[in-house]
Design a protein around this ligand. Structure first.
Ligand SMILES: C[S@@+](CC[C@H](N)C(=O)[O-])C[C@H]1O[C@@H](n2cnc3c(N)ncnc32)[C@H](O)[C@@H]1O
Length: 206
């Protein structure tokens, strides 16, 4: 398993990423329609969706060991509906937008979160505590050696996590240990502890 940790400054190699923009924009359109979100309702969410198209999808296509079309991706702490992390009364920011967009792009995505995922079209395991996920249906049902790419964005500083387990918790170490078994030999774990500043992905030096 290869680990790309933005916070440690580890950078991937650049590969051609053409062809994804249109497909990602279509995924965003479908996700917005399906989940009743129109541009202008929430500027932070508009920005987040743009970041998904401009940075996340091309970046994933670069770091993924196989083509995104054939990849199996896992998003841990993917967000939920309703979101558990509360930042404002009209907060849709931490719904599982990345999983939704990838799903509507036709990519094989699995999402896991402590909150509910029951209304989602993608394969999701809601109400799953990642601190103990090796005892959950999610862990049993995800085949060993099957995941090509894992995304963990903005989870370790989640207010929900900190409230449950206090400031110091060993979720990151625990996930690294337990993920190895689920990932393909060349699988990549992408850690981005501050997805609120996802533009850093675009500033990566290759
Ligand atoms: C700040 S949100 C980030 C959501 C999404 N990854 C994103 O970048 O928009 C953090 C997410 O982690 C989830 N979370 C926190 N503690 C968790 C735990 N112990 N097990 C599973 N999910 C957890 C929360 O429910 C929330 O959806």
């Amino acid at each position: 398993m290869k680990i790309i940790d933005l916070d440690l400054g580890i950078r991937p190699h650049k590969k051609s990423v053409r062809g994804w923009k249109q497909c990602a924009e279509r995924g965003v359109q479908l996700a917005k329609r399906k989940h009743n979100f129109s541009s202008g309702q929430d500027l932070n969410l508009d920005r987040k969706l743009k970041v998904i198209v401009k940075y996340y999808i091309p970046f994933f296509s670069e770091i993924c060991p196989v083509t995104l079309r054939s990849a199996k991706i896992l998003d841990l702490g993917c967000g939920s509906y309703p979101p558990l992390d509360w930042i404002s009364s009209n907060n849709r920011l931490f719904e599982p937008w990345l999983c939704r967009v990838l799903f509507y792009m036709g990519i094989d995505i699995i999402g896991i979160d402590l909150g509910k995922l029951e209304f989602e079209d993608f394969r999701g395991y809601g109400e799953t505590d990642l601190m103990y996920w090796e005892k959950s249906p999610a862990y049993r049902e995800i085949e060993d050696d099957s995941i090509d790419l894992v995304n963990i964005s903005s989870v370790f500083d989640s207010p929900t996590l900190v409230f449950r387990y206090g400031f110091y918790h060993r979720l990151k170490e625990h996930l690294i240990e337990t993920l190895e078994r689920k990932m393909t030999p060349g699988g990549v774990l992408f850690l981005n502890e501050s997805s609120r500043d996802c533009s850093r992905i675009g500033k990566c030096k290759y």
